[in-house]
Design a protein around this ligand. Structure first.
Ligand code: DC
Length: 243
């Protein structure tokens, strides 16, 4: 575990004065951000907000409307006009972490389909799409008490967040975790195919022109390669509490 900043509990103050407290968690695909982010939010009594769901929702909408993913102008116009909501799961008892609505339609599970997953990196690289999503994310964050998870939360969306975590793990370990999840759900892909996809998404996310994936200068880098989810969560909660 390395740190870009001094690990001195500078997070404690905003918690005491009740100011808008948002924990930013960024990192590559399959680094455990969603599991960790949701658990940290639960432990602190914060709202969990997964910004990847917004880019997935914009991708789903383009496909649902028959807009070609390569048509940046049309995809951007659609994303800018879309009303995308990510809400607490509420009473839904189907294992969802949250509910995603696009123009009022529940797309929580639809945005997890391969058709969306295979195109979301391209959509999320469009500058106009990002402008629209970032504006919505900042509005939500201003309510405070939130764990916001994504790729650019600490660098672009909330550069003043009092605690920024960059959650990393080796590509091989991330692929292994994803492959195991897939196997448990009856998936057919072999490990090598999953590893290739992890590397492909890393390359797209970290080399794109707008808001590439990278740690903020003052992010705490948590390498989870050799840690359990529980250890990572405990570590982040301790940082949040200024221990
Ligand atoms: O975390 P995820 O797999 O649901 O993210 C889906 C895509 O959205 C992924 O290609 C990265 C992108 N993304 C982004 O560019 N910025 C964010 N803040 C969150 C996700």
């Amino acid at each position: 575990m390395t740190s870009h900043r001094k690990d001195t509990g500078c997070f404690a103050e905003p918690q005491h004065d009740g100011a808008a407290v948002v924990i930013a968690i960024d990192g590559p695909a399959a680094s455990g951000k969603s599991t960790v982010g949701a658990a940290v939010a639960d432990r602190l009594g914060y709202l969990y907000f997964d910004t990847g769901a917004m880019y997935r929702a914009a991708t789903w909408l383009a496909q649902a409307r028959g807009v070609a993913i390569d048509d940046e102008t049309a995809v951007t116009a659609l994303a800018q006009a879309a009303e995308i909501d990510v809400l607490p799961a509420g009473e839904a008892a189907d294992g969802r972490q949250y509910t995603v609505l696009v123009n009022g339609q529940d797309v929580t599970w639809a945005i997890r389909e391969p058709a969306v997953a295979n195109n979301v990196s391209q959509v999320s690289a469009y500058a106009g799409v990002r402008v629209a999503m970032v504006a919505q994310q900042r509005r939500l964050a201003s309510r405070g008490r939130m764990v916001m998870v994504g790729r650019d939360i600490g660098t672009v969306v909330l550069p003043d967040a009092p605690l920024k975590i960059y959650l990393d793990a080796s590509p091989e370990e991330r692929a292994r975790r994803r492959w195991q999840e897939e196997q448990a759900r009856g998936g057919q892909r072999d490990y090598e195919a999953v590893l290739a996809e992890v590397r492909r998404r890393d390359a797209i996310d970290s080399t794109r022109a707008v808001a590439p994936l990278r740690p903020a200068a003052d992010a705490v880098i948590v390498d989870s390669t050799a840690l359990t989810i529980g250890q990572v969560v405990t570590r982040i909660v301790a940082l949040a509490q200024g221990v």
